[in-house]
Design a protein around this ligand. Sequence first.
Ligand code: HEC
Length: 256
Amino acid sequence: MHKGKGMKFVGDSRISSERKPNIPKDYSEYPGRTEAFWPNFLLKEWLVGAVFLVGFLCLTLAHPAPLEGVADPTNATYVPLPDWYFLFLYELLKYEFASGPWILFGIIILPGLAFGGLLLAPFLDPGPGRRPNQRPIAVAMMVLGLASTMLLTYESAAHVNWEARAEANKPVPATEINKENPGYAVYEQNCMSCHGESLEGSAAAPSLIGIDHTKEEIMKIAQEGYKTMPAGVFKGTKEELAALAEFIINVNEKAK
Ligand code: HEC
């Protein structure tokens, strides 16, 4: 007897010992265009997907997302806006029937009906036809949904002054703080607890970068307070006060 006769040598359990030719099954009894899902259809899908992926990558590299400044919890005038793809929902909440006492209708029922309606898709126009005119209910619902989404998005976007908004909320460039400056020690002692380690502000007080005060005004504010800032937070000598104000002016000059 020959060695190995009647045995099957398969080193890899994923490889079937019987070779099957890679020919798709015959789908000709099914209506419409037919092809094997694996690998023919998936290969096409992946190719198209890859083209879009690379396209989006190039687009995002060419046009980076326009970021606003860091969120500032003390800024009460900031109007938050969702990203463009949620603007239509945001706009919906401005209508009387979807806000105030009707808010639940606006935030749960109406969007719930719209998105829940997607579940009905397989049951609408269940005939075998795939042309739009053979599926009037599904097509009508889609057109209605698409049209209202586009209209609401347009309504919302048209009422925003995008240039002014971008200008008002543009990012503040990180400012170099010279912590060796003698004024910084005074700042650390008297102001840091509210205005932050790098003058960036905190929940208790606004940023001191980008302010519009003279040295004298800052010295006065440090002693006498300013609007909601209490008086008498500064404790120290006249020289220290001057060094402090100079330091703050200096940082602001650099930030310009
Ligand atoms: C107890 C917290 C607190 C401390 C400590 C404090 N500040 Fe303030 N500061 C505030 C608040 C709150 C405001 C905002 C006032 C307003 O606009 O209502 C403010 C505002 C200011 C402003 C005006 C900013 C602007 O937007 O025009 C200056 C300047 C200022 N502080 C300087 C100082 C200096 C200098 C010190 C240290 C000597 C200091 N602050 C310490 C809370 C504080």
